[in-house]
Design a protein around this ligand. Structure first.
Ligand SMILES: NC(=O)c1ccc[n+]([C@@H]2O[C@H](COP(=O)([O-])OP(=O)(O)OC[C@H]3O[C@@H](n4cnc5c(N)ncnc54)[C@H](OP(=O)(O)O)[C@@H]3O)[C@@H](O)[C@H]2O)c1
Length: 261
C-alpha cells in the first residue's frame, strides 16, 4: 500500500510510518516545515529505512501543499497533524480557538476532500484515517479548545463514513481515539495556557503543574499500543470505524461513558 501521513516528523506519526515501512508499504512522511526534512531523513536512515519512503513538506493549512496529494497514488491518508491550544474558555481569545479548529478540523477536512475527489476522479479505492482523541469523548478542563476539535472530528468522520456507505464500498473511514501518551504534545498544550493572562484563575501556574503531573502519571511512555492500532486500521478493509489504545485508558473511558453520559 501507499500511505501518506501528515505531521510525521516525530512521535505517533513517525513511529507509525516506521512500522508501515518495515512491513514493506510505501510511506510518504510529510512534515509541517521544510526545515525538518533533513533531520527526518537522517532519523529514518539511522533506523535502516532508505527504500519505499519519501519525505516532503506538507503544511495542511496551505491549499497548494494539500493539492500535492493529487499527484500521488495514495491508498491510505492518515490525518495525524494537529495542534493543541490550552486555556480556560473564559480567557481564550477567539482567534486562538479558530487557529485550533483551522489546523485540526478545517484543514484536515479540506485535505480529505481533495483526497476523496482524487479517488473518485481516478476510480481508485482508498482509506481515510482521522486521529481524534479520548479528549474528544471526555472533555478536559483547560483543554476545551483541543477537546472540541477532536470531538468535531469524531462527528465529522462518523458522518463521512455514513455518507460514503451510500455511494461507494471503495472508500473506508477509520477513527483513531488514542488515550494519553507522553510525546510532549500534551505538555506543550497544558503549558501554553500560561501565555494567557487569566482574569479569573489566580492560581493558573499551580493548576498547570498539577495537570501536567496527572497527565505524566496516566500517560504512556511507550507508543507501541497506539502505533499498532493505527497499523491495524490501515490494513483493515472492513467497515470497522473506531480504534482505541492503550487498553487501561480504553477501560477508563468506557466506564466514564457508562457512568457520566
Ligand atoms: N500524545 C497524546 O497523548 C495524544 C492523545 C490523543 C491524540 N493525539 C493525537 O495524535 C496526533 C499526533 O500527536 P503526537 O502526540 O504524536 O504529537 P506531535 O508529534 O506533536 O504530532 C503533531 C504533528 O502535527 C504537526 N503539525 C502541526 N501543525 C501542522 C500543520 N499546519 N501542517 C502539518 N503538520 C502540522 C506537528 O509538526 P510541528 O511540531 O513541526 O509543528 C507535529 O509533527 C495528533 O493528532 C494528536 O492530537 C495525541
Amino acid at each position: 500500500m501507499k500511505i501518506l501521513i501528515t505531521g510525521a516528523r516525530s512521535n505517533i506519526g513517525f513511529e507509525t510510518g516506521l512500522r508501515l515501512a518495515k512491513l514493506n508499504h510505501f510511506v510518504y512522511f510529510t512534515v509541517h516545515h521544510e526545515s525538518e526534512l533533513k533531520t527526518l531523513e537522517e532519523k529514518l536512515r539511522k533506523k535502516g529505512i532508505t527504500k519505499n519512503i519519501k519525505c516532503f513538506k506538507m503544511d495542511i493549512t496551505n491549499e497548494e501543499d494539500r493539492k500535492i496529494i493529487t499527484n500521488l497514488e495514495i491508498d491510505c491518508l492518515i490525518n495525524n497533524a494537529a495542534i493543541g491550544i490550552g486555556g480556560s474558555l473564559l480567557d481564550l481569545p477567539i482567534a486562538k480557538l479558530k487557529e485550533n479548529f483551522e489546523v485540526n478540523v478545517f484543514s484536515t477536512i479540506r485535505l480529505t476532500q481533495i483526497y476523496a475527489a482524487h479517488l473518485f476522479a481516478t476510480k481508485r479505492p482508498g482509506k481515510i484515517i482521522f486521529m481524534s482523541s479520548i479528549a474528544g469523548l471526555i472533555p478536559i478542563s483547560f483543554l476545551g479548545s483541543y477537546s472540541a476539535t477532536k470531538a468535531s472530528l469524531i462527528t465529522l468522520a462518523t458522518t463521512l463514513r455514513r455518507e460514503l456507505r451510500l455511494i461507494t464500498k471503495d472508500i473506508k473511514v477509520k477513527l483513531i481515539e488514542p488515550g494519553i501518551y507522553n510525546t510532549g504534545f500534551n505538555d506543550v498544550m497544558i503549558e501554553n495556557k500560561l501565555n494567557l493572562k487569566s482574569t479569573y484563575f489566580k492560581d493558573l501556574e499551580n493548576i498547570t503543574l498539577k495537570q501536567k503531573k496527572l497527565f505524566r502519571l496516566i500517560g504512556k511512555n511507550n507508543l507501541n499500543s497506539i502505533c499498532e492500532k493505527i497499523v491495524e486500521a490501515v490494513l483493515d478493509n472492513s467497515n470497522h470505524l473506531i480504534y482505541r489504545a492503550p487498553f487501561s485508558q480504553v477501560i477508563m473511558t468506557k466506564l466514564y461513558l457508562l457512568l457520566f453520559k
